[in-house]
Structures are given as structure tokens and as C-alpha cells.
Design a protein around this ligand. Structure first.
Ligand code: NOJ
Length: 582
């Protein structure tokens, strides 16, 4: 094939100094890994009770090996009353019977490692379940006791203490405070819960709490986990005095993003950018240094990944300084609108910010808390994170457009240097389930907002494996904890496996090429010549171009290695990404 390779590849010296975006280097596997998020409830169900489980995951691991990912991250499978789908832990050192046993976990780990897949567990340190023995002990203990000091108990205001300690609103809606009843039946103190009232916040100023978590980390590290995704890593320290605070209306419910305070002119130190009094407080960094040291006791480059909804990126980079965490989810990238200039900017800013502290950037488009990107990228109305989309929502996406953009967006993401996260089902092109009946909903957001916000159930529906099987092969009983749409057969893995042009085959090709060409450890050189509406760069020997404008972009002749849609007549149509051998 003729290789009249691209535009101005030979004119590299003409490119501005900033055209090469230098990524931080290092030998650790996680710097370039593609990590696949498994949401255990919805991945594969071996018992037929309608909820996925660990043996189900183990059985399906070969499919992930075949997909070409490097690691899996398991959302929580610990013992839990499941009020927030496992993010309400009542015993950090056991497996919830819903998901199996510790022996099932060990078997999963062994199988994954045998396949060359690393395993990341999801640690939830900001809060416990209200059923955790520590919280039950706190309820039984008197005010001012050491047991109460493990949580955030405060006296109420007013003569009878019946006014909440401050005005904070829970991420899931309603107040962030719940009043307890004393053992003698009288109304007592209030406790803080950033999330559901069944998720009381721990007091991370208390050394006892810190000590307990060192033990919990070691419990799982000793078993062989390769690291942790850390839930709400930006929320664990609260500003002294707990001052009143009302977030901006457009803020993402988890913090960060729209709540961002961009660096004001003249402020160059991200550490002093003000944050809400319960997000991004500087005291968290000491905690991460402690966790870093625990992981460093173990061989094999164990990873810590922060779920930290913090803006700007220069501030989030503080979470991944060399003595803290390894990487942090890049939510700024996830929520960048589908437009060329903001995308170019966020990519540049991400690599600059993270490289500045010696860390890789991460890239992510979907997870269990956001509208799936095969729908989100074609929404025509605002949909703040956490609000979800349901039968009555406005601005629902055109599914074909959504999938087209999602395929282009993923093809762009997987060519970027750094580490990428994939959420189960996105490799099948799954859209958000926007028609879940109200009666089926389980997200606490739905209940705490009185149905005003649909919440996150639409991205959590059990995924389809086989088109013709009960529950699309999720199990053999046909049960499903959230009902699956009736028209998901074409998304099923077996409908796409080996089918040229399917979304599954696109992901497989992208992952194989990414590995072959070392894109994860590469560097990015911006490429010009494709117009303002394109994102175009070279990574190693590959030129990547995404066209986000209304007009087709002319492509140079070259060997097309990957394209998110068929390329016709040498032109890159709108919402298409191509990889060309450079
Ligand atoms: C972030 C998790 O991703 C989300 O699912 C959960 O509800 C909250 N943290 C509370 O743990």
C-alpha cells in the first residue's frame, strides 16, 4: 500500500515548541495499563439470583483477556447491606454472601493472574455502612466517647439541639446530617453523611481510624490484590468548624467539574485554590502518604487510583505526587464536551499537570456513576452528573449518533499516552438504559430526591453476553436485579464477536494496536493541517485524527490501521476517528 504519509510530518521542526507533550516515564505497569471496570452486580451471575457474583466474573475472565485489557477493577464486593450497591461496607475484610466467599475471591484472583490480568479492589474509606460494628458501637456509646469520635458526630444547634449543625446537602439529595436517638429514647446528636444516611462519614482526624485502614489494606494486599481504586479520595477531611456551604447549581454531585474554581489570575499555587469545605481539603494528602508507604512494603508495583472529583487538573495532580497515589481518574476529560478545541486543551492540560508531578495521565469516558458515553455524547440537554436520564427526561440522544461519537471518542482515548479505564459494556457499545421503570430503580439518589433525579441505575443494568439466552446470558435463570431492555440482543457479545465493524471488534483492534505500538507509554505530538475542528496528533508511529466538525477532513494517503467507521474516498467524516501508520 502506498504510504504518502501525512501532511507535514517532515516539517516537525516547524511545529511550535509546545507541540510535543512530554509524558512522565517509569517502569510501573499501571502507567500505561488499560483497566476494565467490573461492576460485580451486573457482570455475570453464577447462581441465577439476578445479581452478579465473583464466580460469575471468574468464569468470564477469558473474554476480558481476549478483549486485550491489562487489569480489572472490581467495584466493592465486601460485606454490605447494599444500600448504595456495596459502597456501604459493613465488613471490609469479608466478601458479601451476595457475591460469594473469600475463597471465591481467591479463585478469581488466581484465575486473573493466571491469565495475566491484574486485579484492583475498590476501597471505601470515607464512610462505612451504618451496620458496621464501629458505627453500632458509636451509637451505643455516650457522647464524647472514643467510639463516637470515630465518626463525625456533632451537637445540633438551638436550645433543643434540633437544628442541624450546618446547611450541607448530601450528594444524593436531602440534608447531610441525621439525628440519632439515645438509648433512653431521647433525641441525641447528629452524624454527618456526605452520601446516604446509611453511610456515616468516618473521622479521619482520628489516628485510630487511620490505623484500622492500614490493617484493611494489608489484608487484601496479603491476599494478592494489585492495588486499590480509592472511593471519594477527596472527601475524607472536612474544613475545621464545618462552615455552611451551598454548591453551585451546575456542580457535579460528587464535587469537582462544574464546582471547579479555576485558578484565578495571579494564583499559581493549586494548593490554595479554595474548595467546598468537604471536598479537596489539604489534610487528605497526609493520609495518602501513609497508604503509599503501606503499598510500598509489597512487591510488584501495587497501584492506588484516586476517585477525586477535584478541579483544576493542576490541583488534582497533587493527589498523585510521587509519595501519594499512583494515578487519579481524569473526570475533567470525561466531561469535556464533544468539541475539538476543548478536547485538545484538556488533553494538553492533563498531560502537563500529571507529568509535572511525574505521574501518567488517565483517560476515562464511562463508569458506574455517569451516563454511558454512547448516550451522553449525543444528549441535547444538560444532564449534571448523578442526575441520570429516565423516561421523562428532555434532550434524549439519537442512539445512532451517540454510538458513532462513542466509537470515535474511544478510538481517540485509546491512542493517548497514559492509562485508560473502560467500563463494562462500553466495548459492546451499550447505551444508557433510559426507560427503566420507576418501580425498578435502586439508586439512593432516586429516593432521596423524591424521584426528581433518576440517578445512576441506567448505566448499571446487567450486561448482555449471549443474544438468545435468558437474561442475555447474564445467568441461566433470566432474573436481573435491574430489568434489561428487550432490544439488547444486537449488543450481546456473541452478536458482535468476530463480526467485522462491530464495536467489540473495534475495541479489540484498538487494544491490540495500542499494545503493539506502545501507545500507552508513548508521547503525543500535536499534528496541524487538519483544521480547527479536528483533534490530530502523533503517538509513536501512528497519526490519530478525530473529526468533530461538520465538514469532512481530507486524509493523507497512508495505511489505515483503525477507523471508528469505514473510511470512504480518503475523507474523514464527521464524528470519526482514524489511526494511520505514520
Ligand atoms: C463514589 C462511587 O463511585 C459511588 O458509586 C458511590 O455512590 C459514592 N462514591 C459513595 O461511596
Amino acid at each position: 500500500m502506498e504510504c504518502r504519509i501525512l501532511f507535514r510530518m517532515t516539517l516537525e521542526s516547524e511545529l511550535p515548541e509546545t507541540a510535543t507533550v512530554v509524558t512522565a516515564t517509569g517502569d510501573e505497569w499501571w502507567r500505561s495499563a488499560v483497566i476494565y471496570q467490573i461492576y460485580p452486580r451486573s457482570f455475570a451471575d453464577s447462581t441465577g439470583d439476578g445479581v452478579g457474583d465473583l464466580p460469575g466474573i471468574t468464569k468470564r475472565l477469558p473474554a476480558l483477556k481476549q478483549l486485550g485489557v491489562d487489569a480489572i477493577w472490581l467495584s466493592p464486593f465486601f460485606r454490605s447491606p447494599q444500600k448504595d450497591a456495596g459502597y456501604d461496607v459493613s465488613d471490609y475484610c469479608d466478601v458479601d454472601p451476595l457475591f460469594g466467599t473469600l475463597a471465591d475471591f481467591d479463585a478469581l484472583l488466581e484465575t486473573a493472574h493466571g491469565l495475566g490480568l491484574r486485579v484492583i479492589a475498590d476501597m471505601v474509606p470515607n464512610h462505612t455502612s451504618d451496620q458496621h460494628e464501629w458505627f453500632q458501637a458509636a451509637l451505643a456509646a455516650p457522647e464524647g466517647s472514643p467510639e463516637r469520635d470515630r465518626y463525625m458526630f456533632r451537637d445540633g444547634k438551638g436550645p433543643n439541639g434540633d437544628i442541624m449543625p450546618n446547611n450541607w446537602e448530601s450528594v444524593f439529595g436531602g440534608p447531610m446530617w441525621e439525628r440519632v436517638t439515645n438509648p433512653d429514647g431521647t433525641p441525641g446528636q447528629w452524624y454527618l453523611h456526605i452520601f446516604d444516611k446509611s453511610q456515616p462519614d468516618l473521622n479521619w482526624e482520628n489516628p485510630w481510624v487511620r490505623e484500622q485502614f492500614f490493617g484493611i489494606l494489608r489484608f487484601w494486599l496479603d491476599r494478592g490484590v494489585d492495588g486499590f481504586r480509592v472511593d471519594v479520595a477527596h472527601g475524607m477531611i472536612k474544613e475545621a468548624g464545618l462552615p455552611d456551604y451551598t454548591p453551585p447549581a451546575e456542580a457535579a454531585s460528587m464535587g469537582g467539574a462544574a464546582a471547579a474554581t479555576d485558578l484565578a489570575p495571579g494564583i499559581t499555587d493549586p494548593e490554595i485554590v479554595p474548595d467546598p469545605p468537604y471536598w479537596g481539603q489539604p489534610g487528605v494528602h497526609e493520609i495518602w502518604r501513609g497508604w503509599h508507604d503501606v503499598l510500598a512494603e509489597y512487591e510488584g508495583d501495587r497501584v492506588l487510583c484516586a476517585e477525586a472529583w477535584v478541579d483544576p487538573l493542576t490541583k488534582m495532580a497533587l493527589w498523585v505526587r510521587p509519595d501519594e497515589m499512583s494515578q487519579a481518574f481524569n473526570f475533567a476529560y470525561m466531561f469535556t464536551e464533544w468539541e475539538a478545541e476543548p478536547l485538545r486543551d484538556v488533553i494538553q492540560e492533563s498531560i502537563d499537570a500529571f507529568s509535572g508531578v511525574g505521574a501518567p495521565s488517565t483517560w476515562v469516558l464511562s463508569n458506574h456513576d455517569v451516563v454511558r458515553h454512547a448516550s451522553r455524547l449525543a444528549l441535547t440537554a444538560d444532564s449534571p452528573q448523578g442526575a441520570g436520564i429516565g423516561p421523562k427526561s428532555l434532550g434524549k440522544p439519537d442512539p445512532e449518533l451517540g454510538l458513532k461519537r462513542a466509537r470515535a471518542a474511544t478510538s481517540l482515548m485509546l491512542a493517548l499516552p497514559g492509562s485508560s479505564y473502560i467500563y463494562q459494556g462500553e466495548e459492546l457499545g451499550l447505551p444508557e438504559d433510559m426507560e427503566l421503570p420507576d418501580a425498578a430503580r435502586q439508586d439512593p439518589t432516586w429516593f432521596r430526591t423524591g424521584g426528581e433525579k433518576y440517578g445512576r441505575d441506567g448505566c448499571r443494568v446487567p450486561i448482555p453476553w449471549e443474544a438468545d439466552k435468558p437474561a442475555y446470558g447474564f445467568n441461566t435463570s433470566g432474573k436481573s436485579w435491574l430489568p434489561q431492555p428487550v432490544d439488547w440482543d444486537s449488543y450481546a457479545r456473541d452478536s458482535q464477536d468476530g463480526v467485522p465493524g462491530s464495536t467489540l471488534e473495534l475495541y479489540k483492534s484498538a487494544l491490540a494496536l495500542r499494545a503493539e505500538h506502545g501507545l500507552g507509554t508513548g508521547s503525543l505530538v500535536w499534528a496541524d493541517g487538519f483544521g480547527a475542528n479536528a483533534v490530530a496528533f502523533r503517538n509513536g508511529g501512528i497519526l490519530v485524527v478525530t473529526n468533530l466538525g461538520p465538514v469532512a477532513v481530507e486524509l493523507p494517503v497512508g495505511e489505515i490501521l483503525l477507523s471508528s467507521q469505514p473510511i470512504v474516498g480518503g475523507a474523514l467524516e464527521t464524528d470519526v476517528t482514524v489511526w494511520i501508520r505514520a
